[in-house]
Design a protein around this ligand. Structure first.
Ligand code: ATP
Ligand code: MG
Length: 444
């Protein structure tokens, strides 16, 4: 346990209040991994907590819900007064919160048993709902009646799938049944809250298994996914339907949100673009473009940041592109996408290929060779953009170029440098321009 968290507990205890670490940090400590952040629950009312931490930075982050954030030695600690949530009438928010006088009541409002434990050094673990046993069994069990809890706040359903994907756990039978039954209520939950859970779900090590097991639940949040479920490729490249292929591919890319989102969405356009060729094989002409259209709608609706959206759409757009194995072509792609995104694209192509029929895994060798070529190209400290050219606008002005002609000339030079026909050296570049100028005036 981090020293600032321990000191915060001690200060509340010294002032005569109960105080416990609660929720995710207790779960993570029992799992043997370092908590991302520490949440405390206390019998102190918010004003009392503020008084205990007088002299420290105290932010009233959620004062209406009894939460203040104390910055202790640079570590933000969320300290929440014991509370019970009032009735829920909209499947989203409690109508009001009431402070409670004991830890048990506070634990009972939490979502899953593994998230409902409390711990304090010297006082031990408080586990009212069998969280420790469920943690050992890899089991997600709602606290109380799952149906009631999911009707109160449908986001818990998605949180359940998120924890299952992140921890590689399974939903307990009744929790599972209620999750499927009440999933339609997720339409009442805000796009941002859903997107946050969906993002964490996708980045979990068991994301693929959860995608395969709960398409209908995800389909409430993203109905556009549903046509992929069970849609057969009917060609020799694939041994799975589109959705299963997608789920398998997700597990094959590194757990970074843009990559996982791109993998989730990369084949969405397939059902719309399917045609059966004369060869008896299923074809999907233009499916990446259709996938981009659908993906853009989804990413906008779920309010993913613009940068994430752009990254994802670029990867979806080019996921099927055939990249020739030559330094010239690789330099072109590096110019077009930038090195970082180029390597992301290779990851996407790798994930896609890994989830196809084994006979097509020769593509993996191709991708390995591309990666090697790109590594070699980059090791030469190449010029990949106009800004990296050894000449700039100033030199061209001196040569008598003006206005748009400057940009055009620079792009022409970059073209030759990418192609490898000119070295990126000032004299060579200027000489080349003089030559073409001379040719032009001869022609006149
Ligand atoms: P993470 O490691 O992602 O932060 P976490 O368990 O800490 O996981 P938070 O969203 O930070 O998750 O929530 C902190 C705690 O608050 C949870 O462990 C849980 O006890 C409780 N909680 C959060 N959201 C809900 C909810 N929608 N319904 C009931 N309890 C919730
Ligand atoms: Mg947390």
């Amino acid at each position: 346990i981090a020293p600032p968290a321990a000191r915060a507990l001690a200060r509340l205890h010294e002032a005569g209040f109960e105080a416990w670490l609660v929720g995710g940090c207790v779960r993570d400590m029992l799992l043997g991994c370092a908590p991302k952040d520490y949440d405390l629950a206390t019998s102190a009312r918010p004003e009392e907590t503020k008084a205990v931490f007088q002299g420290e930075t105290v932010l009233e982050t959620g004062i209406r819900h009894g939460t203040v954030t104390v910055l202790l030695e640079g570590m933000p600690l969320e300290i929440t007064t014991y509370r019970v949530d009032g009735a829920y009438s909209d499947a989203r928010h409690p109508d009001g919160v009431t402070f409670a006088d004991n830890l048990r009541a506070d634990a009972a409002r939490r979502d899953f048993t593994i998230n409902a434990m409390a711990y304090a050094p010297g006082r031990g673990l408080r586990d009212y709902f069998g969280g420790q046993a469920d943690l050992r069994a890899g089991c997600l069990r709602a606290v109380g009646d799952p149906g009631t809890r999911f009707q109160e706040d449908a986001l818990r359903i998605l949180r359940g799938l998120r924890f299952a994907a992140v921890l590689d756990f399974s939903l307990e039978e009744e929790t599972d049944r209620a999750a499927r039954r009440y999933a339609p209520l997720l339409t009442k939950v805000s796009a941002e809250r859903c997107a946050a859970e969906l993002g964490k779900l996708l980045c979990g090590p068991a994301a693929g298994r959860i995608l395969r097991a709960y398409p209908a639940v995800l389909g409430v949040v993203i109905p556009e996914l549903l046509p992929m479920v069970g849609f057969a490729h009917r060609n020799a490249h694939h041994c799975y339907d589109v959705w299963t292929h997608t789920a398998v591919a997700v597990d094959h890319v590194p757990p970074r949100l843009p990559l996982r989102l791109a993998m989730l969405l990369h084949d969405m356009g397939k059902p719309d673009t399917f045609s059966l060729g004369e060869d008896g094989q299923g074809h999907f002409y233009g499916h990446p473009r259709r996938s981009v259209e659908l993906a853009e709608g989804i990413l906008t609706r779920l309010r993913f940041p613009r940068r994430t959206r752009e990254q994802v759409l670029c990867l979806v757009r080019y996921h099927d592109a055939v990249i020739e194995e030559s330094p010239q072509r690789v330099r072109r792609w590096l110019n077009k996408l930038g090195p970082e995104r180029f390597f992301d694209l290779l990851e996407i192509q790798r994930g896609d290929a890994s989830a196809q029929a084994p006979a097509y895994c020769t593509r993996l060798d191709h991708l390995r060779r591309l990666e090697k070529i790109a590594g070699e190209v980059l090791a030469e400290a190449p010029c990949l953009t106009v800004r990296e050219l050894a000449v700039g606008g100033r030199e061209l002005l001196a040569l008598g170029y003006q206005g748009p002609a400057i940009g055009m000339a620079l792009r022409r030079l970059l073209d030759c440098v990418l192609e490898g026909t000119l070295p990126n050296e000032k004299t060579a570049l200027l000489q080349y321009l003089e030559q073409i100028d001379a040719k032009k005036s001869e022609g006149k």
